[in-house]
Design a protein around this ligand. Structure first.
Ligand SMILES: *Cc1c(COP(=O)(O)O)cnc(C)c1O
Length: 390
């Protein structure tokens, strides 16, 4: 029986030709394709600036730096995310804390954020940056979060690694409310460059800082030099940056993939709507659907509803894996990792994330998934949950 992974890239002959064309060209790095990819991504997300980076983790790191996160800064994020959403702040010497999720959306809870801000204000420990995460591709409540950011003086760095092409209040994710938004192009994400990422912002000064931080903090622009140039070779390092550049090959793959993002989205939406219908009536809690935002449907994560079934998550997971269905679990709450426990976090600190995690399973969802694959997933889930199908 064919193995069905939980996610899988879609790479076409056209994508391969685009990468091959770069290999035959003059530039493998720092050529014309990276800026073309950035412009296309910015246009698609209706935002003036997009800075491509080697991966989203690098993007989160330099976005924190560009937002002045440093030693003594406080950064809050969601525990229901990949490690990088929190690690990026630690790279800068900041202190990380978490705001628990809303059990329905599985994104950072606005109510809990409000509560935490109120007490942080009293104790003089307000955050400098808050990193909401668009879990599974569902955009966060950024309009309300913007109002809180303006009131309490923090910046918003949105981790939209799952959410390329998603929209909120009729506008693309990354185009409004957040100070900067980070996307991932890892192979399992919405569009891929194998490894890669993008940071979008409306702020031109922030975009320029991101460009410098991505490449050693170094500039050759005559207008930016602090000292008169000694010759045309002149370059200046003006801050401590990194080599977080993406290659021309990766950008060519991304640019080619972007042409199909609309089709890939439609396919994901279609499959997700089918899952909604096919899984209805099973003892599962399905992803939330909202009318004011369109999820990119990076993941289709269900929760085993323990009020309705005695089947455990571990059993369901094992049964599906035994049927050669590549289920996965997103996410082990970050604060429960050994490294974070050593920083002082305890499992019960963020109970919604822990409760969600203990029941969650991500089932296969990617554009190339067929109806027959999907039927197999649903049948196996039914068997695993020991219920008779409708
Ligand atoms: C994938 C992912 C990242 C990291 O992306 P990379 O491109 O692999 O560095 C960060 N945050 C979230 C939520 C992710 O899913």
């Amino acid at each position: 029986m064919k193995f069905i992974p939980y996610s899988c890239q879609s790479v076409t002959d056209e994508d391969i030709d685009a990468v091959a064309a770069v290999l035959r060209s003059e530039y493998l790095t720092q050529g014309p394709v990276v800026p073309a990819f950035e412009s296309a991504f910015a246009a698609l997300h209706d935002v003036p600036h997009a800075v491509a980076v080697s991966n989203a983790t690098a993007g989160l790191h330099i976005a924190c730096l560009a937002l002045d996160v440093g030693v003594g800064s406080r950064v809050w994020t969601s525990p229901n995310s990949f490690l990088a959403s929190a690690n990026c702040a630690l790279y800068c010497g900041a202190t990380v804390d978490f705001v628990d999720i809303d059990p329905r959306s599985r994104n950072m809870s606005l109510d809990l954020l409000r509560e935490k801000l109120t007490s942080a204000e009293q104790s003089g420990t307000l955050p400098h940056v808050v990193i909401p995460v668009a879990f599974a591709g569902l955009p966060c409540d950024l309009r309300e979060m913007r109002a809180l950011a303006d009131r309490y003086g923090f910046r918003i760095l949105e981790d939209a690694s799952h959410a390329a092409g998603a929209s909120y209040l009729g506008r693309p994710v990354g185009s409004q409310f957040a100070d900067a938004t980070v996307f991932s192009f890892h192979a399992v994400k919405i569009v891929t460059t194998a490894e890669g990422g993008m940071v979008t912002t409306r702020d031109p000064a922030l975009a320029r800082r991101l460009q410098l931080l991505r490449s050693h903090g170094m500039t050759r622009e005559a207008a930016e030099l602090e000292h008169p140039p000694e010759g045309e070779w002149q370059y200046e390092q003006q801050m401590l940056g990194y080599n977080y550049r993406i290659t021309e090959l990766q950008a060519a793959l991304g640019l080619s993939q972007l042409k199909r993002i609309g089709d890939m989205h439609t396919r994901r939406q279609r499959l997700a709507a089918d899952y909604d219908a096919l899984l209805d009536g099973l003892p599962l809690i399905l992803p939330q659907r909202c009318t004011d935002r369109v999820s990119a449907m990076h993941l289709y994560a269900v929760e085993i509803d323990d009020a309705q079934t005695t089947a455990s998550r571990a059993d369901v997971f094992a049964t599906l894996r035994a049927s050669r269905i590549g289920v996965n679990v997103h996410y082990i709450p970050i604060h429960t990792q050994p490294y974070y426990r050593r920083l002082g976090f305890r499992e019960h600190d963020f109970p919604n994330s822990v409760r969600y995690y203990k029941r969650a399973i991500s089932i296969p969802l990617f554009p190339k998934l067929t109806e027959a694959d999907q039927a197999r997933v649903v049948d196996s889930l039914r068997t695993a949950l020991r219920t008779r199908g409708a």
